[in-house]
Write a protein that binds this ligand. Sequence first.
Ligand code: C2O
Ligand code: CU
Ligand code: CU
Length: 449
Amino acid sequence: TVPLPIPQVARPVSPGLYEVTQRVTRVEILPGLRTEVWGYDGTFPGPTFELRRGEPATVRVRNELPVPTSTHLHGGVTPPDSDGYPTDLVIPAGGHSGHSAHMTHPGEVHHEGTKDYRYPVGQRAATLWYHDHRMDYTAPSVWQGLAGFALVRDEEEDALSLPAGERELPLLICDRSFAEDGSFRYPRTHEGHDSDYMEGVEGDVILVNGAPWPVHEVTATRYRLRLLNASNARRLRLRLAPGGRFTQIGSDSGLLAAPVRHDTLPMAPGERYDVVVDFSAYPVGSTVTLVNTLADGPAGKVMRFVVARRAKDDSAVPTTLSRPPERPVPVTTRSFDFRRTGQSWTINGRVYRPGDLLARPRLGTAEVWRLTSDFHHPVHLHLAHFLVLARNGRPPAATDAGWKDTVDVRPYEVVDVLARFEGYRGRYMLHCHNLEHEDMAMMADFEVV
Ligand code: C2O
Ligand code: CU
Ligand code: CU
């Protein structure tokens, strides 16, 4: 049995300044085997950034990998030049050779070796994550390990007595496949466009914080689980066995107004759920498993909690959690159709090229974006957070509650979201968060004006 790893918390080198080096390491994921990982600070997941609303942070990313990178803070309200645009690249330090062969795109920006990403952190407390976002190569780079958590905290959240410290667990859930020697197995090239690649690459093992089927010992108290589906393409539906409920306290973009209870949690790639599980509901000595009901076999097994002993619990889940931003009044409606066109994944019939602008919303306004699709496409907007208004003209699911940045648009579904364009002017992206679809250019730019 493998214990649940908890990612290291990133330590600033001086107030507000973090330095992180992307490098190749070899770690033990499967017993007795070494897996080559591309990690932020060489770890997978990368270090967890603990950010506070109102305290700007600079992250100096140094690239010692054999490939260029672009780091995106997913869910972040970030100025455009630090948003990890796919052609805004950090070129490997020390003249690594590998990148010379990569495609170049019009307007590509090269930072030699390092780039400072500046995060004002003006947003509400939320579970964010960061990952690679390089044009054409996001999927293999994230598969190789380039992802981690960034948690934003604020006073509104501090005032609550939510489970904290050891009782707050960030859980980065993703699937991977392994070759016999322990290396991550990923289709070598996407030029073949075989159907597995076309639909998105799924692994046959689930990892939590980089470990397969881990175990974590808990006390019979409440725990806050910050769940992230960091898979390239696999959708999850989480359930507790032998039974029990998740009390959802937060969505992608922060705390809900009030908690919502769920028996199961569907999670598309990129989505986060901030939940509380009360382990006092289970007998001491019992095992509570987190399963994925969308798969059988190893991909159905996520992790286990062993309820070790009783303990005092000072935490609470209040009936009023927060005051999220009110529902704004939209100024217009736009439509975005996510669809396969021949051998390409397209938005409104277009294969993305950097600079391909599909919308120019005004700063400080809100718009209804109508998302339609032919397949499961987890649609993600940079910068803008949104409310899910309707699915097929009907009220959204209970699990759609709260402000979000990623929503699973199911086959032949019409999803209306109400997006607020706040924070910064400039060029941002919307795209499918199935990372193979993203690499096949199912992306678009919008410009906040
Ligand atoms: Cu999590 Cu544009 O991505
Ligand atoms: Cu994002
Ligand atoms: Cu897609």
